[in-house]
Design a protein around this ligand. Structure first.
Ligand SMILES: NC(=O)c1ccc[n+]([C@@H]2O[C@H](COP(=O)([O-])OP(=O)(O)OC[C@H]3O[C@@H](n4cnc5c(N)ncnc54)[C@H](OP(=O)(O)O)[C@@H]3O)[C@@H](O)[C@H]2O)c1
Length: 331
């Protein structure tokens, strides 16, 4: 059997964004339960930039091509797929392979796109919306009236959590690294914001909460924030650790956990099993689909690039300039 070829963003060595180029690779063939999607848009995640640097290898069995989320048209269906047909508009989370003309998507993780959405809008949703629901609401159990300390609040995940928390009647205390981001997250619905580069967030959050502390901390920063995150939690509070952008190794005084009965919970989406990812998708749909369709929660799109400009897109993410999602149009 001849294997068809397609274009995809690839790299031959790890390094700076300029290692990326559009090359030829094998076009995937859908297996049972999978659909093949003609990709019209994908979106960037930090995982892509780390993969390009050789610091985040794709889990065994997943595509080695970057790209964790896609939107496009169904181009072929594998065996046992009954809920999708050719040319349906779909979007969803993938284990890799999004930076390509064609990508496989598990039919149980595929979501049908409303006809009035464009592909760039849909591609900005899966990774950060599923992560936001799973971490802040499923693991963090953030409830109406509770207080959340949210770091990297202008990130893709952060801008989603702000909207979901506001929609749920929870209060979001946000940290960001620039005044432009501070203004943006306040407009999006944050209760208050601090620039962590000029303000120590621990005295700030204690003052904001009348010394009570918060119910949940969502942290992407790791080492630089860890001790202060624990100090910022009230009794029975939950620290949700989702990334380690400043470093992954730290010290802990275990008495802090004991005396306040704290919960320390970590989560990584990418390495979860297919069964888990299907369940994560379903939990997101059950809770947020109607609000997403109604536009009550929306992806925050920073910039859309043609995929021929993928180098510039990676440079923008690594300079921490983006507010929300950077999207690639596959042309
Ligand atoms: N565990 C999971 O399942 C999962 C899923 C999705 C994403 N993630 C992780 O979640 C994080 C956010 O993802 P994203 O795609 O939404 O990111 P993003 O849009 O690229 O935003 C990341 C932001 O974090 C801030 N930041 C970077 N380094 C920092 C540091 N050392 N200290 C404090 N803030 C720093 C920067 O904003 P400022 O200008 O405000 O500093 C940067 O713009 C990433 O680390 C990503 O890998 C994890």
């Amino acid at each position: 059997m001849t294997i068809e070829k397609m274009h995809a963003v690839v790299f031959d060595k790890f390094g700076e964004p300029n290692v990326l180029y559009i090359g030829n690779v094998d076009k995937p063939i859908p297996g049972p339960g999978q659909i093949l999607v003609k990709v019209h848009a994908t979106a960037l995640n930090r995982a892509d930039t780390l993969q390009r640097r050789g610091k985040y290898p794709p889990p065994a069995g997943d595509s080695t091509i970057m790209g964790l989320e896609i939107a496009g048209l169904v181009a072929a269906v594998g065996k046992n797929v009954e809920n999708f047909k050719l040319d349906d508009k779909v979007f969803g989370l993938v284990g890799g392979g999004g930076y390509a003309e064609y990508c496989l998507l598990d039919a149980q993780m595929a979501m049908k796109m409303p006809s009035n959405w464009d592909f760039t809008y849909a591609a900005a949703i899966p990774e950060v919306f599923l992560t936001a629901n799973e971490t802040a609401f499923e693991l963090g159990q953030l409830q109406t009236g509770q207080d959340l300390l949210l770091h990297a609040a202008a990130s893709g995940v952060g801008t989603t959590i702000i909207q979901m928390a506001k929609n749920s009647g929870a209060n979001v205390y946000a940290t960001v690294g620039s005044e432009e981001k501070a203004t943006f997250v306040l407009q999006l619905g944050a209760t208050a914001v601090a620039n962590y580069k000029t303000t120590d967030f621990l005295p700030w959050i204690m003052q904001q909460t009348n010394q009570r502390g918060v119910d949940v901390v969502e942290d992407f920063v790791g080492k630089d924030n860890f001790t202060r995150n624990l100090a910022a939690l009230k009794a029975e509070g939950r620290l949700i650790q989702v990334a380690t952008m400043s470093g992954a190794t730290t010290e802990i005084d275990l008495r802090t956990l004991m005396s306040k009965r704290l919960h320390l919970i970590g989560s990584v989406m990418r390495s979860r099993s297919l069964v888990d990812k299907r369940a994560i998708t379903k939990r997101f749909i059950d809770r947020w689909w109607d609000k997403l369709i109604a536009g009550e929660i929306k992806p925050t799109i920073d910039k859309v690039y043609d995929w021929h400009d993928v180098i510039a897109a990676h440079e923008r993410m690594e300079s921490n300039a983006n507010i929300g999602k950077i999207v690639l149009k596959i042309t």
